[in-house]
Design a protein around this ligand. Structure first.
Ligand code: ADP
Ligand code: 5GP
Length: 225
C-alpha cells in the first residue's frame, strides 16, 4: 500500500520550495499533479506544476467521478485525480498531495491512514514579505492570500504534523524525517541509528509536541486582524 502524504500551507509559506527539496532527496515518491481552472503563473507549464483546464472541462471531470477530492480555492477549482493514486500503487511508490485544507479534510476522511502535514510561516510579517518578494502576485491578490492564510491557519490542529518553515535547511530536514519515519514505522522494522534520529526529529513535529511553537505564530495572525 502506498503512503499518501498530504501537505498544506498558506500560500507563500514556502511549501513548493520545501516539496521540491524533498523530491531531490527522497526516492519512490510521486507528486500528484492537480487539475486547476486558474491561469498559469510565471514559468508554469501544463502537465508539470498543474494540468490547466477550463471550468467546463473541470466540471465534466467532477461529473464522471475522476477526482479523489476537489475544492474551490481563491475563486478557482483545484482537484486531485484518482488515477495518480492508482499509478503510485502500481509502481510501488508513495504519493504526495499538495492540496488546501478543504481537500486535505476530504482525503483524510477517505484515506484515514494518510499522513497530513501543515506548513506554517514563522509569522504574519514574514508571510507577507515572502509573497511580495516572490513577485508573482498583484497587491490585491496578496491581500486576498493573507486573508485566506488567517482562515487556513485555524485548521492546523486537524493535521498530524506541523512544520514551521523558518530556516529552510531545518524545515527540509524535518519534512524528510517525517516522510522517512512514517515509512519505517509502517514497515515494522527496528530503526537503525540514523533512522532513530529521524524518528526523534519527526516526533518533535507531531501536533501534540508542536503547540508551543505554533502559538506565537497564530497570535501574529490574530494581531493582524
Ligand atoms: P508556496 O509554495 O507555499 O506558495 P514558495 O515555495 O513559492 O511558497 O515560497 C514563497 C517565497 O518564499 C519564495 O520566494 C521562496 O523562495 C521564499 N522562501 C521559501 N522558504 C523560505 C525560507 N525558509 N526563508 C525565506 N524565504 C523562503
Ligand atoms: P496556487 O494557486 O498558489 O498554486 O495554489 C493555491 C492553493 O490550492 C494551495 O493551497 C494549494 O495547495 C491548493 N491546491 C493545489 N492543488 C490542489 C488540489 O488538487 N486540490 C485542492 N483541494 N487544493 C489544491
Amino acid at each position: 500500500m502506498s503512503i499518501v502524504y498530504i501537505v498544506s500551507a498558506p500560500s507563500g509559506s514556502g511549501k513548493s520550495t520545501l516539496v521540491n527539496e524533498l523530491f531531490r532527496v527522497v526516492r519512490h515518491l510521486d507528486f500528484s499533479i492537480s487539475y486547476t481552472t486558474r491561469q498559469p503563473r510565471g514559468s508554469e507549464q501544463n502537465g508539470k506544476e498543474y494540468f490547466f483546464v477550463t471550468k467546463d472541462q473541470f466540471e465534466a471531470m467532477i461529473a464522471s467521478g475522476e477526482f479523489l477530492e476537489y475544492a474551490s480555492v481563491h475563486g478557482n477549482y483545484y482537484g486531485t485525480a484518482r488515477r495518480f493514486l492508482k499509478q503510485a500503487e502500481t509502481s510501488g511508490n508513495d504519493l504526495l498531495l499538495d492540496i488546501d485544507v478543504q481537500g486535505a479534510a476530504q482525503v483524510k476522511q477517505k484515506i484515514p491512514e494518510s499522513v497530513s502535514i501543515f506548513i506554517l510561516p514563522p509569522g504574519r510579517h514574514q508571510l507577507e514579505w515572502r509573497l511580495r518578494n516572490r513577485g508573482e502576485d498583484s497587491e490585491e491578490v496578496i491581500r486576498r492570500r493573507m486573508d485566506t492564510a488567517r482562515r487556513e491557519i485555524e485548521n492546523y490542529s486537524k493535521y498530524d504534523y506541523i512544520l514551521v518553515n523558518d530556516r529552510l535547511e531545518q524545515a527540509t530536514d524535518e519534512l524528510k524525517a517525517i516522510v522517512l519515519a512514517e515509512r519505517i514505522e509502517r514497515s515494522g522494522k527496528q530503526p537503525s541509528g540514523d533512522e532513530a534520529k529521524r524518528f526523534a526529529t519527526a516526533r518533535e513535529c507531531r501536533l501534540d509536541r508542536a503547540q508551543k511553537r505554533v502559538q506565537p505564530i497564530l497570535d501574529s495572525f490574530k494581531q493582524g486582524e
